[in-house]
Design a protein around this ligand. Structure first.
Ligand SMILES: Nc1ncnc2c1ncn2[C@@H]1O[C@H](COP(=O)(O)OP(=O)(O)O)[C@@H](O)[C@H]1O
Ligand SMILES: [Mg+2]
Length: 385
């Protein structure tokens, strides 16, 4: 077995969250490493319930409160989305005056996707998101492999490209045939597969659910539902537009990205690094890879937007931090330069700084407050945002 890839940043984020809050939810797509991480956090005084195991399920469905209330130390509830009826019980336990136990919930669906979850957990739970590996975890030398294969541990660590590709095809198949049903969603897997593949072709473009639906013979409601499911399973990202009155007409549609480039490449049928590099969507793929890094490493899940005017000025990512706006452009180019669009964004949005993230290794200034930044430089910059 491979040695574990260390993930100190997330580990620390969960530890800190557990200090603040008696209930912490670690959420991320299936197979991204949640259970593995939880085992690194637990010790002899921990209790682990796997809600996909029949025994653990039985114990908790018969007498949840009686089973959980006496426990001390850390209590892990894995795959919590499969038993949403536990959430009101957790709420009661979280409200106990002393904190006799801390609960770490692991889940692979966002609370919006599970009926009642958002309300039951509101205000009581600290959320931490986990995705696939990022470049700070795998090391800069592996950045290309991480991009080509994506960050799911089994895909990234596969012994060869064929094994990685096969793993991703299995992941897609399993998601369509089994996981969606586990969320309590009944839908024909082929429809969702075609839809997901369509999104792969649109990666980095704007999302128009009605138009998409028409192309696939789905009504708009179904198309929106498919987007919700893929977003709620942390597989697709919908980036909202930033609005600010600058007197220009703004693009209002969301932008859509597949969060993992390995799955993007698998859905596009790109088996090898060569095939990835000769595909026309190569630039968009890398830009999505960098965007996902920027949002995660800057901890900007809740304040990430894109900006675009009908005149053509654009900003791939805008992070709004306490009123200060930081812009990001992602350029798949060894030698990025400033563009007119960047200067318009600087002026119109009064950006504090604009980072042009590119696949090189050197950080350098392109213009006043416009900085070319390698992917690996993001973490250091995020500290100063
Ligand atoms: N940090 C890591 N280093 C190496 N392999 C990992 C790591 N995290 C997870 N894996 C492997 O990836 C697979 C999925 O991990 P798991 O923790 O079960 O994911 P999840 O609970 O999110 O579904 C497992 O085979 C696991 O061994
Ligand atoms: Mg798990």
């Amino acid at each position: 077995m491979n040695a574990l890839v260390q993930r100190p940043r997330v580990l620390e984020a969960v530890r800190q969250a557990l200090k603040r809050s008696p209930v912490v939810a670690l959420l991320g797509p299936r197979q991204c490493g949640k259970t593995t991480l939880a085992h690194q956090l637990t010790g002899a005084d921990s209790h682990f319930f796997d809600l996909e195991s029949t025994l653990d399920r039985q114990a908790l469905s018969l007498a949840a409160e009686r089973t959980l209330a006496p426990l001390r130390g850390m209590v892990v509830l894995d795959e919590v989305q499969t038993m949403p009826q536990l959430l009101p019980v957790l709420r009661v336990l979280a409200d106990r005056r002393e904190t006799p136990a801390r609960f770490l919930l692991l889940g692979s669906a966002s609370p919006d996707l599970i009926r009642g979850a958002a309300e039951s957990l509101a205000g009581r739970v600290a959320f931490v998101q986990l995705g696939g590996f990022d470049v700070t975890e795998t090391g800069a030398d592996s950045a290309d492999q991480l991009w080509e294969r994506g960050g799911f541990p089994r895909s990234f660590l596969a012994p060869n490209d064929a094994g990685s590709y096969a793993w991703r095809q299995d992941f897609i198949e399993t998601f369509l045939s089994r996981d969606t049903a586990r969320f309590g969603i009944a839908l024909p897997p082929e429809g969702l597969r075609r839809f997901w593949t369509m999104l792969a072709h649109l990666h980095g473009g704007s999302l128009n659910a009605a138009e998409l639906g028409r192309a696939l013979d789905l009504d708009q409601k179904t198309a929106s539902r498919y987007v919700d499911i893929l977003c709620g399973a942390f597989l697709v990202r919908r980036l909202p537009p930033w609005f600010e009155n600058t007197g220009k007409r703004l693009v209002k549609a969301h932008k859509i990205y597949l969060r993992d480039t390995g799955l993007l490449h698998a859905l596009l049928g790109l088996r090898t690094p060569m095939e990835v590099r000769s595909h026309p969507r190569l630039g968009a793929s890398w830009e999505g890879f960098a965007l996902e890094h920027a949002i995660n490493l800057c901890n900007a899940e809740r304040d990430a937007y894109f900006w675009g005017t009908h005149g053509g000025a654009e900003l791939d990512l805008l992070i709004n931090r306490g009123g200060a706006k930081i812009g990001f452009e992602f350029k798949f180019s060894e030698l990025p330069t400033t563009t007119k669009s960047m200067r318009v964004a600087m002026t119109d949005l009064k950006l504090k700084r604009l980072f042009v993230v590119y696949p090189g290794t050197r950080r350098f200034e392109l213009d006043d407050d416009i900085i070319a930044l390698p992917l690996t430089g993001l973490l250091a910059e995020s500290a100063s945002l």
